[in-house]
Design a binder for this molecule. Structure first.
Ligand code: ADP
Ligand code: MG
Length: 340
């Protein structure tokens, strides 16, 4: 048996230059039609992701943070083409996959995968563990016996046992189910994985295990992660760079360290102020900023800056003009009219 999961050159990510993005997202829009034709309001569009651009570099973990409903999951699902975007480009290794049909996409499906937030809902209850993990391989046309060998390697690398293979998801704990989900996502040896809040449904006691496993996989296989979470302190531990989303827009992007020390967007300030600080002097010096009001409904977003209705620094210009993402320091991008 070959040991592809552990020894082989993992994938093309290892031969690519680290300064060339693996994925470049440009002006991505994902709008959902909502409401019915017959209701009084008629059909409307919900702009879940509205003009988002960022790059993902090979082997890095890019954290995507923001309150619930700001569009993080939609970005992730669109990137791996579970959705067909309304507009924009998704350059995967230089090729735009945004508008591709299923046939053209097939070779790319193998190269990108997703780990879902809820290990209870995301595994088909009628399939055995073996069928679940083998499914992406079978879809790629691998024979049953080849897929079986590969599944054995995979369960080994995520710490499951052979006698688990013929069981069904409900027989497992949350942590074990997420291991099944991870094994499935790794099956095709992908270069890119969207981790959509992979530990938020798990017991605190097993969260660290799952994170460690994901980090170990990345080190071994050179995988690029988009790590989605509503929890900035969680993301800060594992991400090299981070992007902050608000109401379908990316408002700030920077290296984690730069973000800690020099974040500028008032929304990022509020998120940062909620991050627990170990140093008591520092903790005393940081003031908790509690945002007033709720996130506006994405079906009816404010004009101009999406954050202006909750921003303490809002001016007339913020209502008229949407701030563009601009570089304020090397690699640090900000969409805010403040200090412009
Ligand atoms: N399939 C869909 N159809 C209609 N609206 C959706 C769909 N998926 C997400 N939304 C809406 O898009 C917005 C962003 O959702 P989501 O991407 O799940 O945010 P997050 O992951 O940051 O919590 C929300 O208002 C959500 O209700
Ligand atoms: Mg989500």
């Amino acid at each position: 048996m070959t040991n592809r999961a552990t020894d082989a050159p993992a994938n093309a990510a290892e031969t690519r230059s680290p300064d060339q993005p693996l994925i470049s997202v440009r002006n991505l829009k994902m709008y959902f039609p909502v409401g019915s034709l017959l209701s009084s309001g008629g059909r409307k569009v919900l702009k879940a992701v509205d003009d988002v651009s960022f790059d993902l570099f090979p082997g890095e973990t890019f954290g995507l943070v923001g309150e619930s409903g700001c569009g993080k999951t939609t970005v992730g699902r669109t990137l791996v083409r579970l959705y067909k975007p309304t507009a924009g480009q998704i350059l995967f290794d230089g090729t735009d996959i945004a508008g591709m049909g299923e046939k053209e996409l097939k070779p790319y499906r193998r190269r990108m995968q997703m780990i879902f937030q809820d290990p209870y809902a995301s595994l088909n209850p009628r399939m055995t563990v073996e069928t679940i993990i083998a499914e992406p391989l079978r879809l790629q046309g691998m024979s049953k016996s080849e897929a079986h060998d590969r599944v054995l390697e995979l369960i080994d690398s995520v710490g499951l046992k052979r006698d688990h293979l013929n069981r069904y998801p409900h027989e497992f704990s949350g942590g074990q189910r997420q291991r099944i989900g991870i094994a499935r996502s790794l099956a095709t040896n992908p270069e890119f994985i969207v981790c959509d809040e992979p530990i938020s449904a798990l017991d605190v006691s097993i969260q660290a295990q799952v994170i460690n496993m994901l980090e170990e996989m990345q080190e071994r296989l050179g995988i690029t992660y988009l790590f989605v979470s509503h929890d900035l302190s969680m993301v800060s531990h594992i991400s090299k760079r981070v992007g902050v989303m608000y109401l379908g827009h990316m408002v700030e992007i920077a290296d984690m360290e730069e973000m800690y020390l020099h974040h500028q967007h008032p929304y990022t300030q509020a998120l940062m102020s909620a991050v627990p600080v170990a140093d008591p002097d520092l903790a005393a010096a940081t003031q908790r900023i509690v945002l007033q009001g709720d996130v506006p409904a994405p079906i009816d977003p404010p004009s101009g800056c999406p954050f202006r209705t909750r921003c303490a620094h809002c001016t007339g210009r913020c209502a008229e003009e949407r701030p563009k993402l601009r570089e304020v320091a090397p690699g640090h991008l900000l969409a805010c009219h403040l200090n412009e």
